[in-house]
Design a protein around this ligand. Structure first.
Ligand code: FDP
Length: 344
């Protein structure tokens, strides 16, 4: 490597440097968010390493436990258990968190007083677990809120609409490890450089295309869909305006499907259906963080009734239908639901 290339390599925008720059925009800030983020980043690096080693270390496979959604037939895998432990420890030890909600824990975790800070974090430590055994991309999703009063923390501090979130992101463990983050000032993507052990800014200021050529949905559920969803998917395949049909891409791992949607445009749907009237995806640690990122990137997110970020959750593991992605594509499904409700 020549000197110029070497010099350029040392001038990298790491995620910590980015967080410190963001901190500079808030003169009153004491660096608490930067510390919290560095602990989330540590958790992501740990899980990335465990995911990479999983096949070798025989970490994959059933742990013999059922998670809190177990009643609906989901089994907890060993990597999920490990990832959850890693994130809970990383978040608690940051000294900056107060209430934690994890997909893997039935109840919210209230951090002990001496370690309490001002943030609440809702997270899915390892989303897309049905993809673990075949090496398909999986990820961690997180949404962050500010506590009202850390000496009197209650469940109400996390049962907030998504519009109250102050930051959200996900880390995708795939062919590369990518962390996508928004602190309410646009969306940035950082890729883990394994030689440095640092997340480097590789996707600055991500903007989703206004319209996309891809739709992403589990079509196996089609016979149970409602009319607007069925009509929308039909239009993706047989457009009425003379445009080309959209391509179907569905990984079945939300982080990977949303990441592709964010970068290439298009729409991701997990609608309600007759079997699951509330859809499948969880509000606090799937729907809200991904909706926050979509809106920050110029896209939209809709529940079939209203803007997804305006849901006011009443339970921490609540589910919601979700349609998110390119602005114009979501606009189209919104108009189909509006037409249906006006004729109802
Ligand atoms: P998984 O069941 O593998 O954990 O909510 C979890 C999730 O994956 C999402 O990551 C994914 O988008 C969705 O479920 C896939 O659901 P279907 O298998 O019903 O398509």
């Amino acid at each position: 490597m020549d000197h110029a290339a070497e010099a350029q390599r040392t001038d990298l925008m790491t995620i910590t440097r980015h967080a410190l720059n963001e901190q500079g925009r808030h003169p009153e800030s004491r660096g608490d968010f930067t510390i919290l983020l560095s602990h989330i980043v540590l958790g992501c690096k740990f899980v990335a390493s465990a995911v990479n080693k999983a096949g070798l270390a025989k970490l994959i496979g059933l742990a013999g436990e059922t998670n809190v959604q177990g009643g609906q037939g989901e089994e907890q895998k060993k990597l999920d258990v490990l990832s959850n432990e890693v994130f809970v420890k990383a978040l608690v030890s940051s000294g900056r968190t107060c209430v934690l909600v994890s997909e893997e824990n039935e109840a919210a975790i209230f951090v002990d007083a001496p370690l309490r800070g001002k943030y609440c974090v809702c997270f899915d430590p390892l989303d897309g677990s049905s993809n673990i055994d075949c090496g398909v991309s999986i990820g961690t999703i997180f949404g962050i809120y500010m506590i009202k009063d850390k000496d009197n923390a209650t469940l109400e501090d996390v049962l907030q609409p998504g519009t109250h979130m102050i930051a959200a992101g996900y880390c995708m463990y795939g062919s590369s490890c990518t962390l996508v983050l928004s602190t309410g000032n646009g969306v940035n993507g950082f890729t883990l450089d394994p030689s440095l052990g640092e997340f480097i800014l590789t996707h600055p200021n991500i903007k989703i295309p206004n319209k996309g050529k891809i739709y992403s949905v589990n079509e196996g559920n089609a016979r149970n869909w409602d009319a607007p969803t069925a009509k929308y998917v039909e239009r993706c395949k047989f457009p009425q305006d003379g445009s080309s049909p959209k391509s179907l891409r569905y990984i079945g791992s939300m982080v990977a499907d949303v990441h592709r949607t964010l970068l290439y445009g298009g729409i991701f749907l997990y609608p309600a259906d007759k079997k699951s009237p509330n859809g499948k995806l969880r509000v606090l640690y799937e729907v809200f963080p991904m909706s926050f990122l979509m809106e920050q990137a110029g896209g939209q997110s809709f529940t079939g009734k209203h803007r997804a970020l305006e849901i006011v959750p009443s339970e921490i593991h609540q589910r919601s239908p979700i349609f998110l992605g390119s602005y114009d594509d979501v606009e189209e499904i919104k108009s189909l639901y509006a037409a249906e409700s006006s004729t109802a």
